[in-house]
Write a protein that binds this ligand. Structure first.
Ligand SMILES: NC(=O)c1ccc[n+]([C@@H]2O[C@H](COP(=O)([O-])OP(=O)(O)OC[C@H]3O[C@@H](n4cnc5c(N)ncnc54)[C@H](OP(=O)(O)O)[C@@H]3O)[C@@H](O)[C@H]2O)c1
Length: 442
């Protein structure tokens, strides 16, 4: 986070909940944070708390109703005068009102759209213009979305809210594409939490506080700090990680790498490996299914053997490891963690779609098995590795050109994501991390 010290972030909805936690965390990392919300007093209390703890950054509270465009524009003018402009924009403010589609009030629907979609979009536009006029090329726009931006649950109270969050999903992807077309390296990220214990449900069910409290008692919820940690992870430059056995030893790392020769497309070899692990190390606590390959075998003219090879490694090998890993963890009552690997070619893509479905299915099976073992998928865009050289083994120039077309992700960036996933506290399951090179269009 060092590169963000002294730079300016806007966090919307900073009076309570997730926004307050993010604002506090960025102040802790030395940023100048403009927090906005309608309740000024709560933000002033938070600013005083940051001062009394001795954080190196500063929180500047600003009263603003995001549903009123003039107030948002005045805030950006004030930021320009006071702080020149912003480098990071975290669009967090949002609300849900219990207004079903068949019986809800139009005013409630408009309120949700005004804050969750229009307010967010005005902030995105103004933040981009602020970065552009100061030639800021490394800025970051983070939208706090929701799992509700990705699936519709059968609850009439939140259908309209869900629609507003689907809009955030589309807007973030659209923003990423507009930024690439504008030839800037400003990044756009969505963070999509599940249930977080904040004021959110109490505001949603303002007529029925018991119902709100019950929703947070139903499971061990995410906490606002968990989302703040995700925002800090997103903003952090990845550290350099060395990852070969010999290098691990000579670098004095405290862990040890045990190399094991195994062809994942041969089930017997995989089972022997798990037996060996059991004898040598009792079992495993974490399983990272990373192995995978792409072969240039189109659907209309490809070789069946190539398709089978991709399925054997990318899907069957992964599934066998998953099953054996689960059995190993189950026996030892361990709280484990699996990380699957996902990427962007037709048959290869199909194998990765299978991984997506398998990860979600696995997550459901794990919940039904009443275990806290977690399942996560990491979905990178173009990573500079041997994959493309193996894919285009007859044409290395083509492979090299792919990696020269943009500044690609590096393997260390994915390792960094794995470390982040494993570092999350036990009640937090990072479902999917999608990461792409800043310059990758789709
Ligand atoms: N809690 C969850 O389970 C959950 C799950 C997934 C996603 N999220 C998302 O996370 C974000 C933050 O939610 P939260 O859980 O922290 O909720 P929260 O505790 O209710 O806080 C909402 C924040 O938004 C601000 N806000 C609401 N309307 C505003 C307006 N018109 N103008 C300015 N600020 C406004 C509120 O400030 P004032 O009232 O002071 O204006 C408050 O700071 C939202 O986008 C929400 O959709 C929450």
């Amino acid at each position: 986070m060092d590169r963000w010290k002294g730079r300016v972030a806007l966090v919307t909805g900073a009076s309570v909940g997730i926004g307050a936690a993010i604002a506090k965390s960025l102040v802790q990392h030395g940023m100048k944070v403009v927090g906005c919300a309608r309740n000024l007093q709560q933000m002033e209390n938070l600013a005083a708390e940051c001062v009394s703890i001795g954080f190196s950054g500063t929180l500047f509270p600003y009263k603003c109703d995001l549903s009123v465009e003039d107030e948002v524009l005045s805030m950006f003018s004030w930021i320009k005068v006071q702080h020149q402009g912003i480098d990071v924009c975290i669009n967090n403010a949002g609300l849900a009102l219990p207004e079903p589609l068949l019986s809800g009030k139009t005013s409630g629907w408009k309120n949700m759209m005004d804050v969750n979609v229009i307010g967010l979009s005005v902030c995105v536009r103004e933040a981009y213009q602020s970065m552009k006029e100061r030639n800021i090329d490394d800025g970051h726009i983070i939208n706090i979305n929701s799992m509700s931006g990705h699936r519709v649950i059968n609850n009439a109270d939140v259908h309209f809210y869900t629609a507003s969050k689907y809009a955030v999903t589309a807007l973030t992807e659209g923003l990423r594409q507009e930024l690439r077309e504008a030839k800037t390296h400003i990044r756009a990220t969505c963070i999509s939490p599940g249930l977080v214990e904040t004021e959110f449900a109490y505001r949603l069910f303002s007529q029925n506080q018991e119902k709100a409290a019950a929703s947070y008692k139903s499971i061990k919820c995410l906490q606002a700090d968990d989302i703040a940690n995700a925002a800090v992870y997103v903003l952090s430059a990845p550290p350099h990680v060395q990852n070969l056995a010999a290098e691990c030893v000579s670098s004095g790392f405290s862990g040890t790498l045990f190399p094991y020769k195994c062809d994942l497309s041969v089930e017997d070899e995989v089972l022997s490996m798990f037996s060996w692990i059991k004898v040598q190390h009792q079992g495993i606590d974490v399983c990272i299914n990373n192995a995978g390959l792409a072969l240039p075998e189109p659907l209309l003219s490809g070789k069946t053997s190539g398709w089978k090879n991709m399925m054997d490694v990318n899907v069957f090998g992964l599934s066998v490891c998953t099953r054996e890993a689960y059995q190993s963890m189950k026996g030892g009552h361990m709280c484990g963690h699996r990380v699957l690997h996902n990427a962007d070619l037709h048959f290869y893509t199909a194998s990765k779609y299978a991984v997506t479905a398998l990860t979600e299915g696995l997550r459901q099976e794990l919940r039904e098995a009443k275990t806290h073992i977690r399942a996560t998928s990491i979905s990178p865009g173009l990573v500079e590795t041997e994959l493309t050289y193996r894919l285009f083994s007859q044409n290395p120039e083509k492979a090299a050109a792919t990696y020269k077309s943009m500044k690609c992700l590096q393997a260390d960036d994915i390792a960094n994501a794995v470390v982040y996933v494993l570092s999350a506290p036990p009640h937090v399951q990072i479902g999917d991390i999608q990461m792409r090179p800043v310059e990758q269009l789709t």
